[in-house]
Design a protein around this ligand. Structure first.
Ligand code: 2B7
Length: 650
């Protein structure tokens, strides 16, 4: 059947009809190549299972029938998701000859999403749904509460039904909805089957922001002390913006607009703060569009146009003045854009860029109309905002002048800088590496332990500037950042040229502890914002210093992480068990040059982790989301929330 025929067929089928579900493929394919369906079988893929199920509940909420979603992590890392929607249809499916529910869970691509009516928005990253989760589970149970009955079916070993759908109980007539419980298959998810509370919490909170009025709760029953979180935001993305700006000084109240055209809905909320960076978060069908796209472009273009128009008409921007640029009107803005589209096209390197061209105008119209009116009706706020944009423009022009001057003055080998960098001998960038090392003592050991032909060392002393708080021109005044830019040789901003990169491996070498993770996050954020192509080009790495050194007899074993230690200790021959010595490396600074070389730097022994664009995006997002002036919560956040930090510490 071709797409057109499928569409016609589906158009004929009523949305309540059980035969809407289409039959396309079997489940074995999913188990054979899980990556094709959920992207990866790492920790991220494991969590993906939860999102596939939760997305079905979200769709039911978007259809207007579900107000509550509960996600539970039970003992043994069993996930249970329950919603109070209509409950999955309990009848038969004509085409499969099975119940609709069995079809949903055993037939790949079965879903209303393929149909005409019913589900306006499909949320899942890959949109493949419940059958994939079933295929990748040890067991899965579904309960449907509907028509005063409780329906039940169980599947085992990758989706095999244990029996047919059956009524197992009755329930009150005001009880309705769907419950799905499953246990991920550890033979598929070989890295881990342990869910990260913070990962689930963060995303569920985001979903609650993006779907105003929806109640989402998370319960973690794995430990004695049960953890709970409840999310409910009447104001939706307006409250999101409020949270994002929580630790900043806002210069006016949050403003929000929404509109709909041809089933495409746009919501925008924004608030300017006193700082310099812009934090623009766009979403389509509840998925973060990191790379932006037409919804974001439309809003940004309208923002520039409306502010210029207002600034001119009020004479805040004089005739002789240059028009304000996009970056001027975005300085200090915090904005969330949420688009819901029945047929989104995702493009770009990480498929996180909305491509539908019709969205540009819709987004621009919704924003222009609302924002122009806001400026007219709130002259005080308007004046503060427009003044800020004009200041940004002036600063930009001044910085440009200053840059042009310094560019002439400074050359690559300024005296100050040469003192810091210990360069390598080779000039062949492909074989050259630069270790960015935290602290002088580690820097000293690194200098002595390096391979002087191909390894350069740049120790960072002071605190690396927090890029969240500074715009580009200020970042450029930071000594540590200046040394890095000079060392890399690429230039920055408009002058950036990745072909001039002097080292094809930029290796962040920090301690394997919280402070190390903190500094690494700062660096990643910095790279992501100001040197994006070096991240995209795969030039950035994290060194992985070992945590323990175990010595017995004449042998030394290095242990990379906490979890491996007991295993390694158990493997030590009996006769040494009483004479072993276990050493914990507290920091890089404590290792002498030989140790640092042998464990972390030498090309033959070391473990490097390549930083992906996704790692950097996660660092960037983590930072923007929970930045605060207070160092303590920020550090805690990094320790608890950022899954990538944990990964890095393996
Ligand atoms: C695409 C398929 C999976 N479905 C329905 C109706 C309600 C409904 C669902 C769901 C996850 C964990 C608890 C539609 C849609 C199947 O067809 S799936 N609720 N919740 C869910 O999966 N939650 C539905 C029309 C009329 N009555 C019910």
């Amino acid at each position: 059947m071709n797409e057109k025929e499928l569409a016609e067929l589906n158009a004929k089928i009523d949305e309540y009809d059980d035969s809407e579900i289409q039959v396309l493929e079997g489940l074995e394919a999913v188990r054979k190549r899980p990556g094709m369906y959920i992207g990866t079988t790492s920790e991220r893929g494991l969590h993906h299972l939860v999102w596939e199920i939760v997305d079905n509940s979200i769709d039911e909420a978007l259809a207007g029938f579900c107000t509550d979603i509960q996600v539970k992590i039970e003992k043994g890392n069993v996930i249970s998701v329950r919603d109070n929607g209509r409950g999955m249809p309990t009848g038969m499916n004509e085409k499969t000859g099975k119940s609709t529910i069995e079809t949903i869970f055993t037939v790949l691509h079965a879903g209303g999403k393929f149909g005409g009516g019913g589900y306006k928005v499909s949320g899942g990253l890959h949109g493949v749904g419940a059958s994939v989760v079933n295929a990748l589970s040890n067991w899965l149970e579904v309960r449907v509460y509907r028509d005063e009955k409780v329906y039940f079916q169980k599947f085992e070993n990758g989706g095999n039904p244990l029996g047919q759908l059956a009524v197992i109980d009755s329930c009150d007539n005001d009880i309705h909805g769907t419950e799905v419980r499953f246990k991920a298959d550890p033979t598929i998810f070989t890295e881990t089957t342990v869910y990260n509370y913070n990962t689930l919490e963060q995303r569920l909170r985001e979903l609650a922001f993006l779907n105003k009025g929806l109640r989402i709760s998370l319960i973690d029953e794995r430990e004695e002390q049960v953890k709970r979180a409840n999310f409910y935001y009447e104001g939706g993305i307006s409250e999101y913006v409020l949270l994002l700006n929580k630790n900043k000084t806002a210069i006016h109240d949050v403003v929000a607009f929404e509109g709909e055209e041809d089933d495409i809905s746009i919501e925008i909320a924004l608030q300017y703060n006193e700082e310099y960076n812009s934090a623009i978060y766009s979403f389509t069908n509840n998925i973060r569009t990191h790379e932006g796209g037409t919804h974001e472009d439309g809003v940004k273009a309208a923002l520039t146009r409306i502010i210029n128009k207002y600034a001119r008409s009020t004479n805040i921007l004089k005739e002789k003045d240059e028009p304000l640029k996009g970056e001027d009107v975005q300085e200090g803005i915090t904005m969330v854009i949420s688009c819901k589209h029945p047929d989104p096209q995702f493009e770009g390197q990480t498929k996180t860029k909305l491509g539908n061209s019709e969205v540009r105008k819709i987004a621009s119209d919704v924003f222009s109309e609302g924002f122009e009116r806001y400026l007219m009706e709130n002259p005080n706020a308007a004046k503060i905002i427009v003044n800020k944009c004009c200041l940004a423009s002036q600063a930009r022009l001044a910085a440009k002048k200053a840059r042009e001057n310094t560019r002439r003055k400074t050359s690559l080998d300024s005296i100050n800088f040469m003192g810091k960098l210990t360069d390598c001998k080779s000039k062949n960038a492909e074989e050259c590496e630069i270790f960015i090392v935290e602290g002088d003592s580690a820097g000293g050991s690194a200098k002595m332990g390096r391979d002087y032909m191909t390894q350069a060392v740049l120790p960072l002393r002071g605190k690396i500037l927090n890029v969240e708080k500074a715009r580009l021109d200020r970042a450029l005044n930071n000594e540590e950042i200046k040394s890095m830019i000079t060392a890399f040789g690429t230039g920055i901003g408009e002058d950036f040229d990745v072909n001039k990169l002097r080292y094809h491996k930029i290796i962040i070498m920090t301690d394997a502890d919280v402070d190390g993770a903190h500094i690494r996050t700062l660096l990643l954020t910095l790279f992501y914002r100001f040197f994006k192509p070096i991240v995209e080009g795969g030039y950035v790495y994290a060194a992985q210093p070992p945590l323990f050194k175990v010595t017995y007899g004449k042998k030394t074993v290095l242990v990379q992480n906490e979890e491996d230690l007991p295993k390694i200790l158990a493997e030590i021959p009996e006769k040494y068990q009483n004479s072993k010595i276990v050493n914990r490396f507290k920091g890089l600074g404590e290792m002498d040059a030989a140790e640092l070389r042998d464990t972390t730097m030498s090309k033959s022994n070391r473990v490097l982790r390549k930083i992906t664009v996704e790692d950097a995006m996660a660092a960037d997002e983590a930072f923007s989301l929970l930045m605060s002036d207070n160092v303590e919560p920020r550090r805690n956040f990094i320790v608890e929330n950022a899954g990538y930090v944990k990964n890095l510490d393996i």
